[in-house]
Design a binder for this molecule. Structure first.
Ligand code: FMN
Length: 303
């Protein structure tokens, strides 16, 4: 039986629902040495900011049970260099290109979507998990009123479908999803990392130079699944799920919880070949369970 692996989100055609998550895949070039990147449903770029950033001091990564902590700090070449040098090369992959953008003020987000107008970018993903410098360091994504405001400002300038990426570091994520919908988002993605900390008991110091970091990997999967389920029940927009996906079955679980597609981050750090493996495992899962089209999984959880 041949399985139809295609999905459509906000009018954009994906050859399958497996997308490389932002931050663990760079811009895809290093992975081209391991597998044919055109197999992917899509790629979300490393988070881009208005100007180049060197990121946080080292150590920026710590291993944790069933996951990892990172505090990379949005190291990136800046949007202008990305558009001039990197995007034309990424387009050659022949997969959906999502650009993940971040900023430290509402104006930054509006500037980023403006700069992406008229480019070959297929979709824009707003990373609103960064500190809002202008408003005193509070993360944009935490306060629903701020989520709505930053979404509206970004959307006003945005020529592509706009995905708002939600932070899990809140008490009621559905409220933040509703705020994104209210602000004009076309889709949401979740979850970003969960704030955590690692301590070296001998030196009595925190392991990460940044002191705290974002937890990702299998450790966060149950939390992510619950949040994807809650958000997909609360809004009408398409949901892209992520958090600890390591196998095709994990991807199927996120789709059953309501996701139209999924992103895979940390798995690629543990195993560079995980993305093509997850695609073929998801196809096998559908074949074994007599699912003719993968999109049938979306929201098909038996409640
Ligand atoms: C090293 C690293 C860097 C990341 N950088 C970004 C980023 O630039 N922008 C963003 O929106 N998310 C970033 N993330 C979060 C991932 O895209 C994803 O939301 C999270 O890791 C959960 O998925 P996973 O468990 O499959 O890794 C990063 C994650 C890791 C591990």
């Amino acid at each position: 039986m041949s399985v139809d692996m295609a999905v459509k989100i906000c009018g954009v055609d994906f050859k399958n629902p497996i997308i490389a998550a932002s931050g663990t895949f760079g811009f895809g070039f290093e992975y081209g040495e391991f597998f044919d990147v055109s197999l992917l449903g899509g790629i979300s770029s490393k988070g881009l900011t208005p100007a180049r950033r060197e990121g946080n001091p080292s150590p920026r990564i710590a291993e944790t049970p069933a996951g990892m902590l990172n505090a990379v700090g949005l190291q990136n070449p800046g949007i202008d260099e990305f558009l001039a040098e990197i995007l034309p090369e990424m387009k050659k992959f022949g997969t959906v290109i999502i650009v993940n953008v971040a900023g430290s003020s509402v104006d930054d987000y509006a500037l980023m979507t403006e700069k992406l107008k008229g480019t070959q970018v297929d979709m824009v993903e707003l990373n609103i998990s960064c500190p809002n410098v202008k408003e005193g360091g509070v993360t944009f994504g935490v306060d629903p009123a701020m989520v709505e405001r930053v979404t509206r400002a970004a959307k006003a300038n945005c020529a592509q479908p706009l995905i708002v990426k939600l932070t899990p570091n809140v008490s009621a994520i559905a409220d933040n999803a509703k705020a994104a919908e209210q602000g004009g988002a076309d889709a949401v993605s979740l979850i970003n990392t969960i704030t955590g900390m690692a301590i070296d008991p001998v030196s009595r110091r925190r392991v990460l130079a940044n002191k705290t970091g974002g937890l990702s990997g299998p450790a966060i999967k149950p939390v992510a699944l619950r949040m994807v389920y809650e958000v997909s029940k609360a809004i009408r927009l398409p949901v892209i799920g992520m958090g600890g996906i390591m196998t095709g079955k994990d991807a199927a679980e996120f789709m059953l919880a309501g996701a139209s597609a999924v992103m895979v981050g940390s798995a690629t750090v543990f195993d560079p070949l995980s993305l093509p493996r997850i695609i073929s495992e998801l196809k096998d899962f559908c074949e074994c369970n007599k699912i003719a089209a993968v999109r049938e999984l979306t929201g098909a959880l038996v409640d």
